[in-house]
Structure formats: C-alpha cells, structure tokens
Write a protein that binds this ligand. Structure first.
Ligand SMILES: Cc1cc2nc3c(=O)[nH]c(=O)nc-3n(C[C@H](O)[C@H](O)[C@H](O)COP(=O)(O)OP(=O)(O)OC[C@H]3O[C@@H](n4cnc5c(N)ncnc54)[C@H](O)[C@@H]3O)c2cc1C
Length: 422
C-alpha cells in the first residue's frame, strides 16, 4: 500500500552515504517501490560526467571484482548494460600458495557460465549509478552534506544534517546508514561493532604485465600476506592490465612506498612470481588499513546499517561489496513486503526480518574470507602442509571446488536460476 499524499515525513527512506552501497540501494528502491521517496545524503560532491574531477571516496581508483551473482542483480536493476562494455570477465581463478606446490584452478566453463565474475573500475560504477539515478525523479540528493545524528520519533526518525556548516533536520520512516567502514554514524548512534585489526594494509595499484591475462584472476598467498591480481580492460581485447591488491605489514608498506616504480616492480615480481610474466608498469599506489568489522545487531526502530558500515572484510577474496549487494536486495524485499502490508518501513519487525535473513550470509562470507586469511597467512610448517593438502584437495574433489566456486561467484537466493541454493 502506498504512503498517503499527506505524509508526515519529509521522505520515506533517508540513505546516509551515496557510495556503492547507498547509491545501489537508492536505485533498487526507485525501481521496486517507485511511489516511495528516497533521499540520499552524501558527504562529497557527486562525481558525474560533468564533474569528472569530483572525488567521492567509494568511486576512487580501485576496481571491484563483481561476482556472477552481483552481475545478475545489476542486470535486474537494468544497470548492467551500462557496465558490460567495460567489465572484464573473469574466466579463470587461480588460487595458489607462493613457493609451495598447492594450487587450485576454477574455470567459468566448468560451471556452465560465461564468467565467474567481472572486474569493473569503481569510478565507472559510480558514473553509471549517478546517471541511472539522475533519471529517477523519486530519488533526491543532498550533496555535499552529512548526516550528523539520528533520533527516533513515532513511526520514524528525525535526522540532523550538516550542509556547509548549516544545520537542518529531516524526517523519514527509516534511515539506512551506508556511510562506510569507518562509519561515524554507527559510532555516534552507539551500535556495537566487533573489530579485529589484521595488522596489515592493502596496497592498491593498476599494473601491466608482459603476458596478456586472458581473463585470469590470481589469488596468491605468500608468507608476507595474500595478494590478488584482477584482470582489467575491455572484454575481448588482448589486455595486459590488472588491478593489484597487495597486503603488506607496516614495514613493507613503508619500503614499497619509499621506492621508485622500478623498485616497486622488482619487489612485486619477487613477491608474486612469474605466473603472469614480467610486470612492466605500476601506476599510482593507494593503501587502506585492513580490519574485519562486524555489527552483531545492525537494526533498531527506524535505523539499519548496510554495506561496509555493517560489515567490512579483508579485500583479498573480493567478497565485501558482493555481500553488501545481496544484503541490499534483502532489505528491499522486506521494504516491499512492508509496503504491501501498510507497515511503516522503519518498523523494527521489518528491519529485524531483514537482519535475520542476511545474518547467515554475512556470517558465512566472513568465515570464508577470514579463514582464507588465517590459514594462508600462517607460517607454521604443519599449517603450510595442511593448506597444500587443502588446495590440492580443492582441485581434486569436485564437490569442494563447486563449493569454493559458488562462494567466488556470489551465488545465493537473489540469483536463482543459475544453480542450486546454498
Ligand atoms: C582495497 C579494497 C579492494 C576491494 N575490492 C573488492 C572487490 O574486489 N570485491 C568486492 O566485493 N568488494 C571489494 N572491496 C569492498 C568494497 O570496496 C566495499 O564493500 C564498498 O566500497 C562498500 O561501499 P559502501 O558504500 O558501504 O562504503 P563506502 O564506499 O565507504 O561509501 C560510504 C559513503 O558514505 C559517505 N559518507 C561518509 N560519512 C557520511 C555522512 N555522515 N553523511 C553522508 N555521507 C557520508 C562517503 O563520502 C562515501 O561516499 C574492496 C575494498 C577495499 C578497501
């Protein structure tokens, strides 16, 4: 049932943060519940074609490995056509342990798919999202502006906004907190977050290799930490560009940052090895501290945390945003049910149903990516032998490989029709 014309609220859903999660949620809501009003508050000026230099942190120089399941979600939101021409298909994933014999290989064709996933530049995803949202009249932006606080009120919430030092309030049925991994709102609102510091940083750079990558993504575990090399470029082209995610401790990060490009390439070659031939170029490097953060109770009346504000994972397994996306679709599904039943969107029962549904997915995904880091990060010889056995086992046992592949492909209940349920 739709909200009556004289709604006591300024907007139906207020999204705090217009990054990958917040903007995708706005798009999904505008398509599934087109009669509902959505307001997105974003701290930075919006990056659009007209403002190519505008900086929004979610849409920086990183690339994201979108799992096959995420592609299906973006297909459903009609965003995939804007991404497809620049999304490099991952045809193979090669997981290996540097210096040891264990390795496993996944191939899309074994699973009857064109690709196990796709690599898309975050900046391109940002532009596609902004363009799609510009055509949705029910979505309003407040940017640059910050949500500073949220207080409950009958059947909804009231949010305090800061726009260039000017304070204003806005009421909504529900506030969705999508302000990222260092979520200031989560802290201000007193949500408990469990955080474990990995004591490492992810160094990100675009690199080139002499050998074309042929659509192969590498996850490589080394004594000094895991690294991933994701194939970039336009589909169909013989591309030699990849996105590097390189985990480093404080000391090694300093060393890499202090060196010249030639020094960095030499260190990278020594760490990664020669599977992809010689590294010939390394672009601008940026780095992020690595933490595992989860929020056991991410809902309250009128408030729900999503995306990195709800769970921040180690990036090497490429699961963080894919998990977020599945959660967003679960939330939209609960909003649709509430809408049909005439229940306020921020009703605790609605948000609790979302949380109960999403909990199993985030717990399993956290366990999967965290166990990769724990087991493969370990230096002990017994564990090293065990992980060789694990990788070889994965390679030899079809059931185990299928399980691993399903996680890598991000399959679940929002991607029915392309495989069995988890
Ligand atoms: C190095 C690296 C590589 C990764 N690779 C992958 C990958 O390959 N695959 C994958 O699935 N995931 C990957 N991830 C995870 C993925 O990047 C995140 O899951 C995703 O960016 C989360 O988006 P978000 O919108 O929740 O948060 P963010 O991207 O942090 O966006 C938050 C937004 O909120 C805004 N904001 C902050 N505070 C406020 C406020 N008070 N009011 C209003 N707006 C506010 C910010 O300006 C920002 O735009 C990677 C992460 C890292 C760090």
């Amino acid at each position: 049932m739709s909200e009556p014309a004289a709604s006591p609220f300024d907007t139906d859903v207020l999204i705090a943060g217009g990054g990958l999660a917040g903007a995708t949620l706005a798009l999904a809501l505008s398509r599934r519940l087109p009669h509902r009003r959505v307001t997105v508050v974003e701290a930075y000026p919006l990056a659009t074609d007209a403002t190519p230099d505008a900086y929004q942190p979610s849409y920086d120089a990183r690339s994201t490995a979108l799992a096959w399941g995420s592609r299906l979600i973006y297909d459903d939101l009609d965003l995939w056509p804007q991404l497809a021409g620049r999304a490099m298909p991952i045809r193979h994933i090669h997981v290996s342990d540097r210096g040891r014999f264990g390795a496993t290989r996944l191939a899309a064709e074994e699973h009857g798919q064109d690709a196990l996933g796709y690599v898309v530049d975050n900046r391109l995803m940002g532009l596609a999202l902004m363009q799609a949202l510009a055509e949705r009249p029910q979505v309003h932006w407040r940017a640059p502006a910050r949500v500073m606080d949220v207080t409950p009120r009958p059947s909804g919430v009231s949010a305090t906004l800061d726009t260039n030092g000017n304070s204003a309030t806005m009421t909504a049925q529900c506030v969705v907190v999508a302000d990222g991994g260092r979520s200031g709102l989560r802290e201000r609102l007193g949500f408990r977050a469990d955080t474990r510091d990995y004591g490492q940083h992810a160094l990100i750079a675009n690199v080139s290799t002499r050998q074309p990558h042929a659509g192969t993504a590498y996850e490589r575990f080394t004594d000094a930490g895991p690294m991933a090399l994701l194939p970039r470029g336009r589909p169909g082209a013989a591309a030699c560009d990849s996105a590097l995610v390189w985990t480093l401790n404080d000391h090694d990060l300093e060393q890499v940052l202090a060196g010249s490009d030639a020094d960095r390439l030499a260190l990278l070659q020594a760490r990664f090895g020669w599977r992809q031939g010689r590294f010939t170029r390394i672009g601008e490097c940026s780095h992020y501290p690595l933490k595992l953060t989860t929020v056991p109770e991410a809902v309250r009346p009128g408030m729900v945390l999503v995306g990195n504000a709800a769970h921040t994972l180690h990036p090497v397994a490429g699961q963080g945003f894919n998990l977020a996306l599945r959660g967003l679709m679960g939330l939209v599904e609960q909003f649709e049910k509430a809408d049909t039943a005439g229940t306020p969107l921020g009703h605790l029962g609605v948000l609790q149903a979302y949380q109960d549904e999403h909990r199993r997915d985030w717990q399993e995904t956290v366990r999967f990516s965290d166990s990769l880091i724990q087991v493969f990060g370990a230096r002990s010889r017994t564990l090293a032998a065990a992980r060789d056995a694990g990788l070889v086992g994965l390679d030899l046992v079809p059931g185990a490989r299928r399980w691993f592949a399903r996680r890598a492909m991000g399959l679940g209940r929002f991607t029915r029709g392309i495989g069995d349920e988890r």
